[in-house]
Ligand binder design. Structure first.
Ligand SMILES: Nc1ncnc2c1ncn2[C@@H]1O[C@H](COP(=O)(O)OP(=O)(O)OP(=O)(O)O)[C@@H](O)[C@H]1O
Ligand SMILES: [Mg+2]
Length: 385
């Protein structure tokens, strides 16, 4: 049996993905070297044959909650194996790599105002059901992508909207304050917001340019040729290595500094979900590759008391102290002791600043639930040196 899908890069035909006798075959239909679908799949005449969906295409599939909704809705009318899913999603996958499709993606215009000040307490559920099939980014938490009409600045920007399931109370507040640390530590982050009712975490997509065109983005699973189910396999040393292999020389130092700071913050705030899909690279072209802005930083030990690191560092998944993190900086991120200590202090300062913000908020907070949660969160921002 044979089934195929046309793959485009920046809206130009790049090649064809075919499922033939249980094998996934990708063939380029171009000689333009800039039209590569992935940094690890340069343009060539020879086919790329895989027994699973190639990681770059798998990156576009939904995971977790969204996947379950889609499968539930469509299992009776369409095949919901990886190839079937990709075909179902084809019209709504937008990014540097996208797919030719007969269906027109639904218009997803929604103002930032609507997201920040939701009128319905079911807004997120409505978004999920409305956009389930138009959501182009994968992830385990329920999340949808909406084209937001930003009334304040540029019209029609694309945002990521996140909310949470019952087992993760106040995840939006958690992510909001953790991402605030990342930002104050000087790491590049997309613009982000929290809705008035603290239910939605909203983040601008970092792969969409002001003019609506896209830059390339590949997560570490793709760059390490791993499938999504292996996102907890590997180490932060291997991520540092991928950064050194792929990032352009002019961005290398900065990318490694930012990566080291992300590792420091993940350790200090105990983010046990910093797996391979939560790091990536962005690129305008092959000579301009750098680390992607940071995303998805949350304190997971608020929900799973004894949670450990998602990946290995120095051969273990325990939380590391300053001394060991500095060693990691020197051995894997090519930093001097002095540089590593300076970056570490920047992270500590940022945590302290956000702790003060949380304290102020606790004083004025009216909701008892929110107050209680913030008090627990504040404890995680007390870093023992
Ligand atoms: N601001 C952004 N711009 C573009 N892509 C993004 C952005 N934030 C996240 N992504 C992409 O969407 C995916 C899912 O987002 P995110 O990691 O925040 O969600 P999640 O549901 O918490 O994921 P998980 O729990 O599986 O790690 C990321 O792996 C990344 O590929
Ligand atoms: Mg994630």
């Amino acid at each position: 049996m044979r089934d195929s899908l046309h793959v485009k890069v920046s809206n130009e035909q790049a090649g064809t993905l075919t499922l033939e006798n249980s094998e996934y075959v990708f063939d380029y239909a171009t000689h333009d070297k800039e039209s590569f679908v992935s940094l690890s799949m340069p343009v060539r005449t020879k086919s790329y044959v895989n027994n699973k969906l190639h990681p770059i295409f798998e990156m576009h599939l939904p995971e977790g909650y969204l996947l379950s909704i889609i499968k539930k809705h469509f299992s009776k009318i369409a095949k919901t194996d990886d190839f079937g899913l990709l075909k179902l999603m084809a019209s709504s996958i937008n990014g540097r790599v996208n797919y030719a499709s007969d269906a027109n993606a639904q218009e997803k215009t929604l103002s930032l105002e609507n997201l920040l000040h939701p009128e319905s307490e079911h807004l997120f559920d409505e978004l999920v059901s409305k956009f389930a099939l138009n959501s182009a980014l994968s992830g385990v938490q329920p999340k949808v992508l909406a084209k937001v009409k930003d009334k304040v600045t540029i019209p029609l920007q694309e945002y990521i909207v996140k909310s949470w399931g019952e087992e993760y109370p106040h995840l939006a507040l958690n992510e909001y304050y953790c991402m605030s640390v990342v930002k104050l530590a000087g790491i590049e982050v997309p613009e982000f917001f929290i809705s008035d009712d603290n239910q939605l975490f909203i983040m601008k997509r970092f792969d969409v340019k002001e003019d609506g065109s896209y830059i390339g983005f590949e997560d570490m699973c793709v760059l390490q040729a791993k499938s999504a189910e292996d996102k907890y396999e590997g180490s932060y040393e291997q991520i540092a290595k991928s950064i050194k292999i792929f990032v352009s020389p002019k961005h290398k130092k900065n990318s490694l500094c930012n990566f080291f700071k992300m590792i420091v913050i993940n350790n200090l705030l105990q983010n046990g979900d910093a797996h391979l899909k939560n790091f990536g690279l962005v690129y305008e072209d092959i000579t301009n590759i750098k680390i992607a802005p940071a995303y998805d930083v949350v304190c997971t030990t608020l929900y799973i008391k004894n949670d450990i690191s998602a990946l290995y560092l120095l051969g273990s998944k325990k939380w590391w102290s300053r001394k060991f993190l500095i060693r990691f900086a020197k051995e894997s991120c090519d930093l001097s002791t002095k540089e590593a200590n300076t970056l570490f202090d920047e992270c500590l300062n940022a945590i302290d600043l956000v702790k003060e913000k949380i304290e102020k908020r606790i004083e004025s907070e009216k909701s008892l639930h929110v107050k209680e949660f913030l008090e627990k969160l504040r404890e995680k921002f007390v870093v023992l040196l």
